[in-house]
Design a protein around this ligand. Structure first.
Ligand code: GUN
Length: 300
């Protein structure tokens, strides 16, 4: 078997297109422009790339982008004061504080200072609790993107065996909640799981989110299973020349693609969906804030 490649890049472009269409509709009908504020503290190079890319795509879908770049030594009080201003700003419907924060800042304290209704990352403790109890919440962007791709591929996920490898608060745990919400039988596996290969071999759906390059080989995959690879790992690529690198996922792509029914590539799979879902969440937050119907097909 050769797996169908789930094209996250194309899927993300489709999601952004739907967002752009609905943003234009809100502007025409109500004169309201959804706004996303992104806060970056310090000069972490990877974070700077993400933030630039988020700002560019926010503007491309017709939303307002507010960027706040703060010095690495910004005090917690100053950061909390900025969040309070953004919470109160009617032009800001979504707030994202880029992680990781410099070590002197308490991430939990900062994230929980964001108005849960504007928490487009879905990291606020209220949103975590709402998701865990099956109530309407803001859903973390990466798991939401994975869910959208799985639903598009399978239609109904009801009754399927899903294994999520990785138990992070950002991906593994919310992913498991979403799959449970769609009536999968869910296993969360992690570094202490006994006989991980056997656990993965039972799964109709495998979501790999551990951050270890190519740790899931093809012979762990049940023939015909759907594999969602969340990992983005940079590894040395001497075949491309001295000092060169390349991106790989948590799944050994070639061997897995030989047995899976469908698989997301790295790059071009889950990655592009994360920002697309951030924009979708900002639109959702704007609609909820105004009491308008939720955007169709863009929420959990
Ligand atoms: N840093 C890396 N990924 C993310 C993300 O999805 N949200 C935030 N806030 N920071 C990140």
């Amino acid at each position: 078997m050769t797996a169908e490649i789930i094209d996250g890049k194309a899927f993300a472009a489709e999601v952004r297109g739907k967002v752009a269409e609905q943003v234009a509709g809100l502007k025409a009908a109500h004169g309201v422009t959804p706004g996303l504020a992104v806060v970056l503290v310090g000069e972490d190079p990877a974070s700077q790339v993400y933030v630039r890319s988020k700002g560019k795509m926010t503007v491309e879908v017709g939303m307002a982008s507010f960027e706040h770049r703060l010095d690495a030594d910004t005090s917690e009080a100053d950061l909390l004061a900025l969040i309070a201003r953004l919470n109160a700003d009617p032009e800001v419907h979504g707030i994202l504080v880029q992680l990781p924060l410099p070590g002197h800042l308490n991430e939990d304290l900062v994230i929980n200072a964001i108005d849960p209704a504007k928490d487009v990352d879905g990291f606020h403790i209220s949103n975590v609790g709402l998701l865990g109890t099956g109530q309407k919440s803001m859903v973390p962007c990466t798991p939401l993107g994975c869910l959208m791709m799985l639903r598009a591929h399978h239609g109904s996920l009801s009754g399927l065996d899903a294994v999520v490898i990785g138990r992070s608060n950002i991906v593994g745990k919310p992913m498991a909640q979403l799959l449970l919400g769609d009536s999968c039988t869910v296993t969360i596996a992690h570094s202490r799981t006994k006989d991980l290969p056997e656990v993965v071999r039972r799964a109709d759906i495998v979501v790999a989110a551990v951050g270890r390059p190519e740790m899931v080989p093809g012979d762990w995959i049940k023939p015909g299973a759907t594999v969602i690879d969340v990992g983005i790992n940079r590894i040395p690529a001497p075949e491309k020349g001295a000092g060169k690198t390349r991106l790989v996922g948590d799944v050994a792509f070639d061997s897995a693609a030989a047995v899976a029914g469908a698989i997301t590539p790295v790059p071009g799979g889950v990655g592009p969906m994360t920002i697309a879902c951030l924009l979708a969440n900002t639109l959702t937050a704007c609609c909820r804030a105004n009491g308008w119907p939720e955007p169709e097909g863009l929420t959990a």
